[in-house]
Write a new protein. Structure first.
Length: 322
């Protein structure tokens, strides 16, 4: 699927490192969809990036696919983290503790993947299992039980924002205090205290980063439920805190893949990064005309189909067209 020649839209380009010949509009358009879906749903960005590299473009080297997936994951936090910081919508101490664990997790995960998941067959199978897991999570997020709980969190977040209006510079007028009482970190947000176990934050960062680095994805799909459901942090600060932790983990993972000899097709990556950035910018506008629940449902069905195809034996997977 990913190989072709000249068309009426212009000549195809050969990407020597990736080993494919594509029309340049294809990776740009697919990455635009990745950025758009990620900005609308807040998950599955790395998964869709991998599907593009594996199936749409036809890359054959698993150790090229993984860091290129994570390059696209990095694009969104690079833009969003400074904005979250200006708006005081991230908990720096929590994010840095998770990031501390993610450094070791990213290094070990990328090393393990380079040496033990170098074959496309093994990588596709494990990636398929992960995709099925995310599809199940997205499907759960369309249920009434989840929407009821999420609505309560959203209302609480809106009430918090209403009681803490933005200043002229866009920052919220709320106070964040952190108190170290090892092994706990107590985060006080406008008078409400949230105890966080330091070893738990570091261990979570390690585990999430290991999985993300080994499979070439972002990890936000694991961090957001952990921060919101397990720690009970307000949704107002969850997105920014998760984004900073994912940014650190992904940067370390990509750097270690390069150190271990992985090759990135920088021309292909540049086209994809441009598409992701545009899709991320279009997301807030498109969200006005789309129902998020239906988008999650469609995405869950698509990812379930892809996950099943990737986990089946190669012949059956090709019969499904993937």
């Amino acid at each position: 699927m990913g190989r072709g020649g000249p068309s009426r839209w212009g000549a195809a380009l050969t990407f020597p490192v990736a080993g494919v010949t594509l029309h340049p509009l294809l990776p740009f358009a697919w990455a635009l969809v990745v950025g758009l879906v990620f900005s609308l749903v807040g998950a599955a960005g790395g998964i869709l990036a991998a599907v593009g590299h594996l199936t749409v473009f036809g890359l054959a080297d698993a150790n090229t696919v993984k860091p290129m997936n994570q390059l696209l994951v990095i694009a969104s936090p690079l833009v969003s983290v400074p904005a979250y910081w200006r708006q005081r919508r991230l908990l720096l101490a929590v994010a840095l503790l998770i990031a501390a664990g993610s450094v070791a997790g990213s290094i070990l995960g990328s090393w393990y993947s380079t040496n033990y998941l170098a074959s496309m067959r093994a990588y596709r199978w494990l990636f398929g299992l992960l995709t099925l897991g995310i599809a199940a999570r997205l499907l759960y997020e369309t249920t009434g039980r989840f929407r009821e709980r999420h609505a309560r969190l959203r209302e609480a977040s809106k009430a918090f924002e209403a009681s803490h209006p933005r200043s002229r510079r866009g920052a919220r007028a709320h106070a964040v205090e952190t108190r170290w009482r090892f092994p706990h970190l107590e985060v006080t947000l406008s008078g409400q205290t949230f105890p966080c176990a330091v070893p738990g934050l570091v261990a979570t960062g390690f585990v999430v980063a290991f999985v993300a680095a080994a499979l070439g994805v972002g990890g936000g799909f694991l961090l957001v439920p952990y921060l919101a459901s397990w720690l009970g942090l307000p949704m107002f600060v969850v997105a920014g805190t998760s984004a900073l932790a994912v940014l650190v983990a992904s940067l370390v993972s990509v750097a270690n893949y390069l150190y271990l000899g992985a090759r990135i097709d920088w021309l292909l990556a540049a086209l994809e990064l441009a598409g992701v950035m545009l899709g991320s910018l279009l997301g807030p506008w498109v969200s006005q005309y789309m129902r998020e629940r239906w988008l999650r449902l469609v995405l869950a069905v698509v990812l379930a189909y892809i996950g099943i195809a990737y986990t089946l034996p190669s012949g059956l997977g090709r019969w499904l067209g993937i």
